[in-house]
Design a protein. Structure first.
Lengths: 210, 210
């Protein structure tokens, strides 16, 4: 996919593309080779027009009356999402959430290599929380200097999250996934995503409150 | 807000409304009383047209050239998101992720009351993982019969997640937030949301891969 084309994809479309990919991988594993926009829409719980619009951003390879070739669509989505290569990931904060994430199996499957885990608590340093021995946060800059880290996952307490993010940014980490419930500030060049559990709960309450 | 009006809000808009709410609560705590769509857009990282469109779904109370009244907008958003009341929440699965969620402070602040936590492991039952003594999963139906539970958070291993969801649905729990990486099936009347960490990672890799 040409970068110019990729730049036209709206931010809101990207998470949906990743949902389509995972759904298609499931469909592929069931042996299905072709799928219509309606079938895919039913599987992911959206409407066919949305599917057609989202997929139109990166090529016209659905065939009217036949549908999409599952293998080819998976390849295109992986290419588009940057998943036809691997990414190095670290986790900063080896508490319960950090450990839960380190043990999460979805990581490796899609090409995300967990190469290090950091904590400030000296009692925890050296223990294995799912990603090999936990390293001291004091060694963060040294590690980042010696390893190419593409994504840092921040699961520290809120009180230190901004300081950790600043250090990651200063050391050149290009993207951060922050779970600490703070409004994190960062340099414009850094990609930061915030996982917010209250958004999920509020979305449920929106639908509950009829 | 009239229910008929609420029903016109598209699904994709709801998570954004919750982001606006949290941002506005922050802005309110800084003592700001009025905000333009441009200022709010800058704060949440979107564009003013998106803000105006999203907020138009539930009333025309922005004043051209002046902006939105922060207090009033917060009230309207809370009403719209069903946050002007409280919701009872349980967590099923008291492993690392479940415990991390139980200890998460954002819950209570927005009106979500964590009233119980369940696990299948008898070694864990009776211990406190952040939400009072963990109850045996065998007591799930009895508990649901005796308490009104609005939201069940599922953080069990994947292998048992569907069974747990089926039991919650059968017992009448109206909404489920599932963290287990499975494609959960459910009754049409039940609201189910899936938190998927691989979607977050894939979104980062989309932007990294330029």
């Amino acid at each position: 996919m040409a970068p110019s084309r990729k730049n036209t994809i709206p931010a809101a479309t990207v998470p949906r593309l990743s949902q389509y990919l995972r759904k298609l991988q499931e469909i592929q594993s069931r042996g299905t080779t072709t799928i219509s926009s309606r079938q895919l829409a039913d599987e992911v719980g959206t409407n066919p027009a949305q599917i057609r619009k989202d997929l139109s951003y990166f090529g016209e390879f659905g065939i009217r009356g036949v549908g999409y070739d599952v293998d080819r669509l998976i390849e295109e989505l992986k290419k588009c999402l940057g998943l036809n290569r691997s990414w190095n990931v670290i986790i900063v904060g080896s508490g319960k959430l950090g450990t839960a994430l380190a043990l999460y199996r979805g990581f490796q499957k899609q090409g995300f290599n967990l190469i290090g885990m950091f904590d400030a608590d000296s009692a925890v340093v050296g223990t294995d929380r799912g990603a090999g021995p936990v390293l001291s946060i004091n060694k963060l800059e040294k590690f980042l200097n010696e390893h190419e880290v593409h994504i840092a996952v921040v699961t520290t307490p809120s009180s230190v999250a901004q300081e950790v993010i600043d250090r990651l940014v200063a050391a050149g980490v290009p993207s951060i996934l922050n779970f600490a419930p703070i409004r994190a500030h960062k340099d414009k060049s850094v990609i930061l995503r915030q996982v917010d559990l209250s958004t999920e709960l509020m979305t449920l309450s929106f639908y509950l409150d009829k």
